[in-house]
Write a protein that binds this ligand. Sequence first.
Ligand SMILES: [Zn+2]
Ligand SMILES: [Zn+2]
Length: 612
Amino acid sequence: MGKKIFEKIKIKKKFAEKKFAKNWKKNKIGKMSDFEFRRRHTASHILAAAVKMIFPEILRGAGPATDAGFFQDFDFVGVKISSDDFKKIEKKMRWIANKNFRVVQKFLNLRDAEKFFKNKKFKLEILHDLENSGEKKFSFFDFVDDSGKIFYRDLCAGPHLLSTGEVGVFKLMKISAAFFRGDETREILTRIFGVAFSEKKFLDEFLQNLEEAKKRDHRKLGRELDLFCFSEKVGPGLPLFSPRGTFILETLKKKVEKICRKFGFQKISTPHFAKIDLYKISGHAEKFSGELFKVDGHYKTKYCVKPVQCPHHTQIFASKMRSHKDLPIRYMESEKQYRDEKPGQIGGLGRVIAITVEDGHIFCTPEQIEIECKNLVKIIREFYDSLGMWGNHWVSLSTRDKKNFKKYIGKKSDWEKAEKFLEKICVDEKLDAKKMPGEAALYGPKIDFMFRDAIGNERQLATIQLDFATPQRFELEYIDKNGEKKIPVMIHRAILGSYERFLAILIEHFAGNFPLFLSPTQLAILPITKKHENFAQKILEKIQKSGGRAEIFSADETLGKRILNFQKQKIPLAAILGDAEISENFLSIRARGSKKMQKFSLEKLIEKLTKN
Ligand SMILES: [Zn+2]
Ligand SMILES: [Zn+2]
């Protein structure tokens, strides 16, 4: 038996288990084991087997388990299928599950494997790739019945359940096109997605979450709340923010800036493009080669639009001689940067070509890493606290692979010090960080913050990354206490990532019900009849002069219709103005989602609107 393939399977298994462990935290359901991963993988084989029962001529592509479920790629060789066929396929899948076939691993040599896949071009290609990577024995998984007869067989590294009966409840979710091996130049296959759970109640919970997610979809709410739009004439991936969306973005920017300034950050401003040489030095020209927008000037210089800001920032640091007394130097910038994303991957605000990155860099001595990173944690905490999101998160600490230090950039002693500092910060700040050995970037260790939104989606938002490499590449220096030249450490920090993505996340997290300080319109003023409109106008002016944001919903429409409208626009508060309010000088305030009225004086209301 090939030892190598066993090693490979072991590594793949370990990877699967690790990936499952990583995903488990966000998975509120199930037990911490790799069982769920196996369930999804076996379900994908059951799907392939079921489809093959109905359409014997199909060709199979890949069919892995994913974070959320599983999929299988097929070439239906001319047969048109749609989600209408799901019932039929699910019925066969149920039959396979009920048969409780044992799932058994077998190893075949090349000749037998080739014979098995005769005329199956996709599988043969994968097989030959494995062969070219040096494999002699090929791992297969079989569904075997009680008499030992093989019902279904596929090339696969596993891991799987022990039998198809363990698969639990499953449901096919959608059908789409997918390139073979994700390669746009290859055949277009049909991909069927599904989900699998231990019990029906988890499937129900999943489907309910999905419905909720649809309602909260930022593309849908972004349009309904008039926050942003796209124009075919401008181009895909280039969002245009309306006044309301821009208000939210600017408010977030001010919030981040205000908190960061408390910890010594200074704002800088750099151009949207630079000579390509800058990115050659930083390594981004190579790293982002397919995503760089190149710009030819009229006068020979070759430019490229900035994919990141870090290299620009190094040049402000390098603009004069720095002493250890100048350090740390903390820069921040919220400018756009641009990446030429694949058309198929652009969608909503999640992935765009023009990205406003909330970026920041600290240049410091190795001794200053601890206090600087501690302050960054404080900044991140304060920012997410202000949104009520602190607590819905977990933290990972990525360190180097100690057995393989050669692949990292930087001095071993600096790495050791930095990792110790980061670990200490995680303990001191009670971050309960999950240690991820071997997950550090090549240029330094990092702390990532994963936030979970209201419906359980998890996204990596904040990050603190140490970088020993960039200062070296750009030959940055400072003069230390002894008058010697030293290389500073660079810390990259992101509080919320890109504003576009963050806005999408916030829309979905709050379902458009933004907190008062982020709401473009905080108050809808509803005069009961036309004769109350003059008074409404006066109230509006007073609120605007004090910095609040209100809008009059004119009495041209019925009060009932206007209340409905105010709720649809998800405005946090409405003031209803009638005779009583005018003569007794108070406001009747109704909060979003509530039917209760509350009495407010104008002063008290303004105080509420202008807080933060
Ligand atoms: Zn498989
Ligand atoms: Zn950076």
